[in-house]
Design a protein around this ligand. Structure first.
Ligand code: ZN
Ligand code: ZN
Length: 252
């Protein structure tokens, strides 16, 4: 069985010119999972699947470039007579509180009418159709998970936002495709600590984890994309490419 990955938004932290924030459609055996829902990503999602036809949503953390589109999705689904609620939502601490606070002034409408939220944390596992998911804590300023997705021998790992470290190496181990953030390029000491990685650091994590293929995403708007790619290629022996919105990959 294969896993099909579609990049819905590849921008880092904020939208770019024609580039949307983090969102990925993961499909396998007819199951459709949305992985992150950053600014605008669900506009691209709807090119491929209606929101009502999603099987689940996984959100890596509460920063708006990874979750804010769930508010728009709420209004879409809340008034869609063909939607059969609820839509399962798996997210670490802070996501549900952040999103429900944004709806708190909207009278009888309630976030939990649309989404069935389950909090996830390091070491948790769950099954969505043919997909086996597991989570690792990510090094980032707010509770954040990295996600490993397996389906009958195919493995996709998504870093979420991460400053790297042994937990990310471990959850990425042996992945066929490692979708890793690479927000910055150049000297890591030029940036705040424990937030993101550079292209070189992403490449080194991929090398340590022995992954098959590295796709770099969440590159910040002011970062030199060519530099990110070049330094990741220096650090990782396998194939490396930069994620582009609407790019599609077959895993396994
Ligand atoms: Zn981010
Ligand atoms: Zn973040």
């Amino acid at each position: 069985m294969t896993i099909d990955l579609t990049v819905l938004g590849s921008a880092g932290s904020h939208t770019g010119e024609g580039r949307l924030c983090s969102g990925y459609l993961v499909e396998s055996g007819g199951t459709r999972l949305l992985l992150d829902a950053g600014n605008g990503a669900t506009a691209n999602l709807q090119r491929f699947v209606a929101l009502r036809d999603l099987d689940a949503v996984v959100v890596s953390h509460r920063h708006v470039d990874h979750c804010i589109d769930l508010i728009g999705c709420y209004y879409n689904l809340r008034f869609d007579p063909a939607f059969d609620p609820p839509l399962p939502l798996y997210a670490p601490d802070g996501v549900h509180a952040t999103l429900t606070a944004l709806l708190s002034g909207d009278g009888p409408m309630a976030f939990d009418d649309v989404y069935a939220h389950t909090e996830v944390a390091h070491g948790d596992r769950l099954t969505i159709g043919p997909l086996q998911l597991s989570f690792a804590r990510s090094r980032h300023p707010v509770p954040t998970v990295s996600t490993r997705i397996e389906a009958a021998g195919a493995t996709l790992v998504y870093s979420g936002d991460s400053a790297g470290g042994p937990d990310l190496v471990e959850i990425a181990r042996g992945a066929d495709l490692f979708l890793c953030e690479a927000t910055w390029a150049g000297d890591p000491d030029a940036y705040p600590r424990d937030i993101h990685v550079t292209g070189a650091q992403a490449g080194a994590i991929a090398q340590q984890a022995g992954v098959g293929r590295l796709v770099l995403t969440h590159i910040a708007g002011g970062t030199d994309r060519d530099a990110v790619l070049a330094e990741a290629r220096d650090a990782f022996d396998g194939p490396v490419e930069l994620a582009e919105d609407l790019a599609r990959y077959r895993v396994g």
